[in-house]
Design a protein around this ligand. Structure first.
Ligand SMILES: [Zn+2]
Length: 379
């Protein structure tokens, strides 16, 4: 009794704190540009989707990176710009599991859960389809790539269903059985070469092996060094930009099109530690992956590019002198960017939407129907 009262009290305090923090951040919110060019979208003709998720990336992460690294970001070139609310089913401040699940399945779930309904987290009766699975039903090629471990919460949300983001065995097992064409990230010791082969995957651990992959092959990549840095951390390890380029080369192979999710996981990780230099480097490295995706989309003319985040991390504020500072080592409830190239059906300029609406709108932009990917009203 006492324990449950204090648990409720803690939840109340944490919700109140997050509201206070989100207001603090919202008052200083960056106002996105509102110019929209008709050249930036092509309505009905979307065949491919590149969905890039900057874990923990708020608007001020971009401003801080530009300010402190003296760079420009390709993310600023996206003229269709809105923002999304990130709260989960269980809390005003989401974690990456519930955040990723919303962005992958269109369902708002409980913190810690991957690809399951909040009222049935063990998936006893059913679980929601993720957009990767939806695209596979049409015969599209699919890829899930990340600077994090392949079993991390964001890639897991696009490739697995589990009541617990910490159950990496369960998640990896789902991934091996998923038929997703590319699953690439860092190692987690849970996949051996023979496991991968038994499930039809080529197991890859180096840059050269990745570059040698040919169209039509399925691959599970576990690189052993950091994938988030701007330059290659060693000759065996690609950058996120190199992974993105190779993934697109491999997936751009069929008339049915492709779906690729790319996660820049370390914007979040280096925001938790309030490490300015590493966080801003992670933003720039993520932006390089986006630069290639955008270049590809412009040349291709049938590719939708969606940039967003699962939540903000670090409650970054703008100071009176124009600089930007972390004010927390945790996630916040601040809204995050939604930047689009290729369709004005995902957001209108300046629009605020719920994070779980994003994959639904992507699915409808691809021509899927409500029967195939239902809009389920979330609590
Ligand atoms: Zn985090």
């Amino acid at each position: 009794m006492l324990a449950s009262f204090s648990a409720i009290w803690l939840e109340f305090v944490s919700v109140m704190m997050s509201f206070i923090m989100s207001f603090g951040t919202l008052f200083g919110i960056y106002v996105p540009p509102t110019t929209s060019s008709p050249d930036d979208y092509y309505g009905e003709n979307i065949k491919n989707v590149i969905y890039l998720i900057g874990d923990g990336m708020g608007f001020y992460h971009l401003e801080k990176a530009k300010d402190e690294r003296n760079i420009e970001l390709v993310m600023d070139d996206f003229s269709i710009r809105g923002n999304s609310m990130t709260r989960s089913f269980s809390a005003a401040v989401t974690d990456s599991a519930a955040g990723g699940t919303a962005l992958a399945t269109g369902v708002r779930t409980t913190n810690g859960c991957i690809g399951v309904y909040p009222m049935d987290i063990t998936a006893t009766f059913s679980y929601p389809k993720n957009i990767t699975e939806l695209c596979m039903e049409r015969g599209m090629l699919t890829g899930v790539i990340t600077s994090d471990q392949t079993s991390g919460a964001t890639p897991a949300s696009f490739s697995a269903h589990s009541s617990d983001r910490g159950n990496k065995e369960d998640i990896t097992d789902d991934q091996l059985r998923s038929s997703i064409d590319l699953i690439w990230g860092t190692e987690n010791d849970l996949v051996s070469k023979s496991d991968a082969r038994a499930h039809g995957y080529t197991y890859v651990t180096t840059y050269d092996e990745m570059m040698a992959l040919e169209e039509g092959s399925r691959s599970f990549a576990h690189f052993t060094n950091d994938l988030w840095t701007l330059e290659q951390s060693d000759a065996n390890t690609p950058t996120l930009e190199q992974m993105t380029k190779k993934a697109i080369d491999l997936l751009d192979d069929t008339d049915e099109g492709f779906f690729l999710m790319v996660e820049g996981a370390h914007i979040d990780k280096h925001s938790h530690s309030n490490d300015d230099a590493k966080m801003t480097e992670a933003v720039e490295a993520f932006d390089k992956a986006i630069e290639y995706a955008l270049e590809y989309a412009k040349a291709d003319g049938e590719t939708l590019v969606v940039i967003t985040a699962d939540h903000e991390t670090g409650a970054i504020v703008k100071n009176d002198d124009g600089t930007y500072s972390f004010t927390s080592g945790s996630h916040s409830a601040a809204n995050v960017p939604v930047l689009i190239y290729g369709s004005n059906d995902i957001i209108q300029n300046g629009e605020t939407l719920n994070n779980y609406e994003i994959p639904i709108r992507i699915a409808y932009a691809l021509g899927f129907t409500e029967d195939e990917f239902p809009y389920e009203v979330a609590a």
